[in-house]
Design a protein around this ligand. Structure first.
Ligand SMILES: Nc1nc2c(ncn2[C@@H]2O[C@H](COP(=O)(O)OP(=O)(O)OP(=O)(O)O)[C@@H](O)[C@H]2O)c(=O)[nH]1
Length: 732
């Protein structure tokens, strides 16, 4: 969980750029350029050779795998091997004693037909009896083939979608499977520890004696099946500004007025709700919001009969069992001598070396020790993936390790002299973009990792290199460090570094990054050159710049929303324990409208009395049924709750064509089905003035105002990303 950061929620002028060229280029690329066809052809032959005859895999499956893994033969082979284990010749089963007896009886009968005259019926009098089952046999809906893994499932979904597209049947819709699966992945990965994943160092410190939060499986927000737009690809990315008041129709809110704290009642006297929240926000005392024992009954409860009402009041209004410390967090923060903190997201095309680079950084900074790395090396060797040992420092699930692909955001942290950093390692694969968005929404700045290898940089441009950069920019990230990685593979060539830097600079400027906020660093995650330590002697005599870590340290940290009302976006939910009740303040979970008591706070696995905006914190909650908490929900102060929104007006920057259409709205971990219901107006990029009312469509690169209707009322504030088709971006 983390507090809200201050990021300009206004639509910056510098974000408005003309993307039409980029997207025209992309469209052509999607259709398959000759270079891709050659790579596919060669790849297919190599995969077939590697698989040999013991694996029965069709050409289509090989193509699918190569496409998924961007023509990486070894990954495709290992994927296909897992998909179709080799066929073992069937052993002839020895007949059981029963069968032997039955056979010998039958043989005996054949020998002596006269012994069974009742079986000697003439042919025409013999009949077949077939029994109709009374209850139809149960089958799996949509076919019984069980995908061997999530990746296989995703591949199957994409394949199906493509086939349907080819058949030009716009009314059938399979695209919804993709987001659903992505969500179910989020759901399934709930156990992935936040705040440091699972290195030994990061194991929870508190003794699991009391389970503060016993979470059943948190349910994701349902994503409604969407109609595929009639044009081939309608996937854009948009940025929003806060909803315009006139078009916003928030759902009627529950009555959630905060009650004064015991401290407040003693100090100020009787409760006056009109003043409470103002006082509190001035204090900036974000966790000091304990409730009076008797909370007001909520709207729904008012409608119930007397007995139910009394019971509801009893349970909801019960005194928090943990007494609040009533700390003035603002004062505590000012008194404290904390290092500045910053979090950054690591983005880039699949396999460009993001996890390896972060593993190297943590190793060279001695956050992970030699023994742990040796252990990882041994395990990686054992499954023939020795080159991934450093990546495994970040990639911790068995699926990620066996596939060699990051699936979910992995976090870890380290300190330099000046700053405490949180790493958010994002998946590069396009199927996991929702997870990448979740990570990027927490970040102050980004490291874009680019593989300098021959052709790798170029294929990344067609893939997620540009897409990720646009995404983080549209989420408000302004500072970008471009790590030109795998320099060891191009002999630390200055020319290659310059070539990549020039191409990327032009693109990033057009995407709205200011040149002064973008730095290029040549490095190699695998060898460690120029990551923490300067490049080895003689490798890059031409380079006079800083190492990657020095660049990180030089980054300005984002201003925090310390004075703003509490907003905590739930990133992960898991079982945990806490020994000492520490905090005792109350928070309100939205959209459920349920209150919870904070029993304890952890920051970087150590207990803390308070936390402020910008920190990644783990809260131990009590007095709430876990069914009321899901990823993407927002915890807020009961005195200043976030609103549940059912529709909003967004100012968008379209990455591709936008029509009234089905979309998904992303904000942090939140991912909910929605519809662009109305195109209100086209806006002038520079002035924001209306240039055309009620346009029929919005072109790529245009800025417009649209109305978005959400399937469920959700707590939304600030920027959102809209996507359509589940694969590429929309812009919000
Ligand atoms: N030669 C060389 N290989 C590298 C370097 N960095 C990473 N690799 C290799 O590139 C492959 C992919 O590395 P990862 O770190 O898993 O890539 P990634 O970008 O994190 O992949 P996803 O998270 O799945 O998108 C591995 O085989 C690494 O060993 C490098 O600096 N030099």
């Amino acid at each position: 969980m983390s507090h809200r950061r201050t990021k300009g929620i206004e639509f910056d002028d510098d974000e408005v750029a003309d993307y039409s060229d980029e997207y025209a280029e992309d469209t052509q690329e999607q259709e398959g350029i000759p270079e891709d066809q050659v790579r596919m052809h060669e790849g297919k032959a190599q995969v077939k050779k590697a698989l040999g005859s013991s694996y029965s895999v069709s050409d289509k499956e090989i193509e699918e795998a190569l496409w998924h893994y961007y023509y990486d033969v070894s990954k495709s082979v290992s994927y296909l091997k897992n998909l179709r284990p080799p066929q073992q010749p069937k052993k002839l089963k020895q007949a059981s004693r029963f069968d032997q007896a039955a056979n010998s009886a039958a043989n005996a009968q054949r020998r002596k037909p006269d012994d069974t005259p009742w079986l000697q019926l003439p042919e025409h009098r013999r009949g077949n009896i077939s029994l109709e089952p009374v209850i139809p046999q149960l089958r799996l809906l949509g076919g019984s083939s069980k995908p061997s893994s999530k990746l296989a499932a995703l591949a199957a979904a994409r394949k199906k979608k493509e086939e349907e597209k080819r058949a030009a049947a716009p009314t059938t819709d399979t695209s919804a499977q993709l987001p659903d699966r992505a969500i179910s992945l989020l759901d399934r990965l709930g156990s992935k520890a936040s705040g440091g994943s699972c290195t030994e160092k990061n194991a929870p410190l508190s003794a699991p004696s009391s389970h503060v939060l016993e979470q059943a499986r948190p349910r994701p927000y349902p994503v409604r099946p969407k109609k595929e737009p009639s044009t081939s690809r309608l996937e854009e990315s948009k940025e929003t500004v806060p909803p315009a008041p006139e078009a916003t129709k928030p759902e009627p809110l529950l009555d959630m007025k905060a009650e004064p704290s015991t401290f407040a009642r003693i100090m100020v006297g009787p409760h006056d709700s009109s003043h409470g929240s103002q006082n509190r926000s001035k204090e900036g005392s974000f966790f000091s919001v304990p409730d009076e024992p008797k909370a007001k009954p909520r709207e729904t409860e008012k409608a119930t009969n007397g007995i139910t009402e009394a019971v509801s009041q009893l349970s909801i209004g019960a005194s928090p069992r943990v007494k609040s410390k009533n700390l003035n967090v603002r004062e505590e923060f000012d008194k404290s001598d904390q290092k500045k903190s910053a979090s950054f997201v690591v983005i880039g095309h699949v396999d460009h070396g993001k996890s390896t680079l972060m593993g190297r950084l943590l190793y060279d900074l001695k956050v992970i020790d030699q023994r742990s790395l040796d252990k990882l090396r041994k395990e990686a060797d054992a499954i023939g993936k020795s080159s991934f040992a450093l990546a495994w420092v970040m990639d911790q699930t068995s699926e990620e390790r066996s596939r060699g692909v990051t699936v979910d955001i992995a976090t870890n942290s380290f300190e330099t002299e000046k700053t405490r950093f949180t790493i958010l390692d994002a998946p590069g694969h396009r199927d996991f973009i929702p997870n990448m968005i979740a990570g990027a929404s927490q970040a102050d700045f980004a490291i874009l990792v680019i593989d300098a290898g021959t052709n790798s940089f170029e294929s990344g441009l067609k893939g997620q290199t540009k897409e990720h950069a646009l995404l983080v920019r549209s989420m408000g990230v302004q500072r970008l460090i471009v790590a030109v990685n795998k320099m060891d593979m191009v002999s630390w060539s200055e020319d290659r570094f310059q070539e990549i830097s020039q191409q990327m600079s032009a693109f990033l400027t057009s995407a709205g990054f200011q040149p002064k906020n973008v730095t290029f660093v040549p490095c190699s995650g695998l060898t460690g050159g120029n990551v923490v330590n300067p490049p080895a002697e003689g490798t890059m005599p031409w380079y006079t710049g800083q190492t990657l870590v020095q660049e990180l340290d030089a980054s300005e940290t984002t201003k925090r929303a310390i004075e703003q009302p509490l907003r905590l976006s739930i990133f992960d939910i898991f079982r945990g324990g806490v020994t000492n009740p520490l905090v005792g303040d109350q928070v309100l979970a939205m959209p459920s409208g349920e209150k919870a008591t904070i029993k304890g706070i952890e920051i970087d696995n150590a207990a803390a009395d308070w936390a402020v905006a910008g920190q990644m914190v783990t809260l131990h909650l009590t007095d709430i049924d876990p069914v009321h908490l899901r990823y993407g929900d927002v915890l807020c102060s009961p005195s200043n709750p976030i609103k549940n929104v059912k529709s909003f007006t967004a100012k968008i920057l379209a990455f591709e064509h936008v029509l009234p259409m089905s979309v998904e709205v992303h904000q942090g971990r939140l991912n909910v089905a929605a519809t662009v219901s109305r195109l209100v107006a086209l806006l002038d990029k520079a002035t924001g003035e209306v240039t055309k009312k009620k346009p029929r469509a919005i072109q790529p690169g245009a800025v417009a105002r649209v109305v978005v209707e959400l399937e469920n009322a959700i707590p939304l504030e600030g920027r959102v990303i809209l996507r359509a088709g589940g694969v590429r971006l929309l812009l919000g």
